[in-house]
Design a protein around this ligand. Structure first.
Ligand SMILES: *Cc1c(COP(=O)(O)O)cnc(C)c1O
Length: 388
């Protein structure tokens, strides 16, 4: 039975209104193509916003990861290390290229890649004489990973890093933009992300030549000739000029969107942090998370209610909440694959999957809507702890 309450979504798109001006301009000039002035401008504006030399606008974040791996010459038979606690899109492009992912656990301070587990994995790789072609580091729910430690390890072994910053646009690590640390960084503008172009992504790097090659690969690898000549396999991955227009208007309000999401987090924290069994996702020292989603863990013994039961109560109230990402090493798709835990008897990502819960966190969430979510959680925890 569903309540008559209006549905509260986890992270709906939030348009500013100015998008229509850019779309109108695309229509007026008839630039309705996967190239055009909005695409060029969006790339420049985003690159300057995150402080990198260049950016290539593409059709999705997944496409951006695929291109980054191609640029690093990942081929069939290679291995690529990847965070385990993430959305499947972080790892699918490894498989597109016939390579094999090796999954790395999280650590407790950032919930992101454990430098310790990464080091174990690399020592093993050295022993086996087969180093990975790349390491894909994910910045989960807006929180940056421990980039200094991870980059130091990867530099020691000369392994390039791809930063999957699909969820962390606008976040910073020691004052620098999340996504700007690796050889390549990627962002996503899917409908649920902090900025949305309905669908889209961006590949960023300080290597301008590499990004020119990315644009070439993303337009079917068309050689310079009038007669459609191709010497390499390419993709159709460029972003539409109409959608790039939406992206430009969205980028103008990025800071507002971050402040709104951080305020949503703050209010949940004020209202819920003292309840038994509830702990919020930490914010690593010297980082600023965009708080894309507010995420907490629930200890059933203390709270008197399980994550599943609480999700059911929220669903009955027409509130969309979700468990934390199911770690990729537990996915049927990657069964039998390799995984390195944080330490011998502690798999942090598995623990977070068992206890984690994502709450509605959109930048357009109203105080009334948020009060409904908070009220529902308080009621459920109380009811359960008194019924024992
Ligand atoms: C959304 C997301 C992606 C993929 O982005 P798309 O634009 O949907 O292809 C990749 N990695 C993570 C961590 C994401 O959350």
């Amino acid at each position: 039975m569903f309540s008559n309450n209006k549905r509260i979504y986890l992270s709906p798109p939030h348009m500013s209104g100015n998008e229509l001006t850019y779309i109108q301009n695309a229509f007026d000039t008839n630039w309705i193509a996967p190239l055009g002035p909005h695409v060029d401008a969006f790339e420049k504006e985003l690159a300057s916003h995150v402080g990198v030399n260049d950016a290539a606008a593409v059709s999705s974040g997944t496409a951006a990861i695929h291109l980054a791996l191609r640029l690093l010459d990942v081929k069939a038979g290679d291995t690529v290390f990847c965070s385990s606690l993430t959305f499947v899109a972080s790892a699918n492009p490894i498989v597109y290229l016939g390579a094999t992912p090796v999954f790395i656990d999280s650590e407790p301070d950032s919930w992101n890649m454990s430098p310790q587990a990464l080091e174990y994995a690399l020592f093993d790789a050295v022993k086996e004489g087969k180093l990975p072609k790349a390491v894909i580091v994910v910045n989960l729910y807006g929180q940056s990973a421990k980039m200094d430690e991870i980059l130091e390890i990867c530099h020691t072994f000369h392994i390039p890093v791809i930063e999957d910053a699909a969820e962390s646009l606008g976040s910073t690590y020691k004052g620098r933009a999340s996504g700007s640390f690796g050889k390549f960084g990627i962002y996503s503008f899917n409908g649920n992300k902090i900025l949305s172009t309905s669908g889209g992504g961006m590949l960023v790097s300080n290597d301008v030549e590499a990004l020119n090659r990315a644009r070439f690969l993303a337009t079917q690898a068309r050689d310079y000739a009038a007669h459609y000549q191709h010497s390499q396999m390419g993709y159709n991955y460029r972003m539409s000029n109409v959608l790039a227009g939406i992206g430009r208007a969205q980028l103008e309000v990025l800071e507002e969107r971050i402040l709104a999401r951080r305020a949503v987090f703050e209010r949940y924290y004020q209202e819920l942090a003292d309840l038994p069994g509830i702990r919020f996702m930490p914010e690593l020292a010297n980082t600023r998370s965009n708080r894309w989603l507010t995420v907490l863990t629930l200890e059933e013994k203390e709270a008197g209610i399980s994550v599943e039961a609480l999700l059911d109560v929220l669903a009955e109230e027409n509130i969309e909440a979700r468990p934390v990402w199911k770690p990729l090493h537990l996915q049927p798709l990657f069964e039998g694959g390799r995984y390195y835990a944080h330490n011998e008897n502690e798999s942090v990502s598995e623990q977070l999957f068992k206890t984690g819960l994502c709450l509605p966190s959109g930048s357009s969430l109203t105080e009334d809507e948020q009060s409904r979510v908070i009220g529902c959680i308080k009621k459920s925890l109380k009811a359960k702890s008194f019924s024992i």
